[in-house]
Design a protein around this ligand. Structure first.
Ligand code: 5GP
Length: 180
């Protein structure tokens, strides 16, 4: 695998698609076990989580539903940090077993706010599945339930993750090459 270049930056191969596929299978098996006897509702957080969500949802070999949301952030409310409003959740999640699918948990602010919003809708359970997790960057009290890979606090792209809108279609995850 080769380095890739975007916006004058160099990225090196970091997690190959084969490793992602194998890990997705493991996570799906765990989710199936944990959700036995229920029909879980997956909520894919757009845009970044869509490739992971597509693979994970297909790998969960049981009756399940999926829906999609986007988050709208409000700047200018600095005291509470990143405020995100859920856009597009039409399903009633009351009493449902809900699994949020994220691409990455970095500071945790996004997921923290999303959890608070969704909790108000009284789901039976609310879990987080994330492809990537940067524990060193976490500033909120959140703990993802299903983690693909724990990674260091370095910028990554590919497999849904973007750099100013591009690079989401890379099949593997790449890490920013420092001092390039
Ligand atoms: P958090 O609210 O947890 O700090 O950030 C979550 C969001 O920040 C992710 O959904 C993603 O859009 C963006 N993000 C955080 N770290 C990275 C990274 O290393 N690469 C890319 N492409 N996006 C990131």
């Amino acid at each position: 695998m080769k380095e890739v270049h975007y916006n004058g930056l160099t990225f090196v191969p970091y997690i190959e698609k084969e490793r992602i596929a194998a890990r997705v299978k493991e996570l799906a098996a765990q989710i199936k076990k944990d959700c036995e006897g229920t029909v879980p509702l997956f909520i894919c957080v757009l845009n970044g989580a869509f490739p992971f969500a597509a693979d994970l949802f297909r790998a969960v070999d049981m009756d399940a539903e999926i829906t999609f949301i986007r988050l709208k952030s409000y700047e200018g409310m600095a005291s509470t940090g990143v405020i995100k409003e859920v856009v597009g959740l039409s399903e009633d999640i009351k009493d449902r077993n809900v699994i949020i699918i994220e691409d990455i948990v970095d500071t945790g602010k996004t997921i923290h706010n999303l959890l608070a919003d969704l909790k108000k809708k009284e789901p039976a359970s609310l879990k987080i599945a994330t492809l990537l997790f940067k524990p060193e960057a976490l500033v909120c009290d959140v703990k993802p339930d299903y983690v693909g890979f724990e990674i260091p606090k370095k910028f990554v792209i590919g497999f849904g993750l973007d750099l100013d809108g591009i690079a989401r279609n890379l099949e593997d995850v790449y890490q920013l090459k420092e001092n390039a």
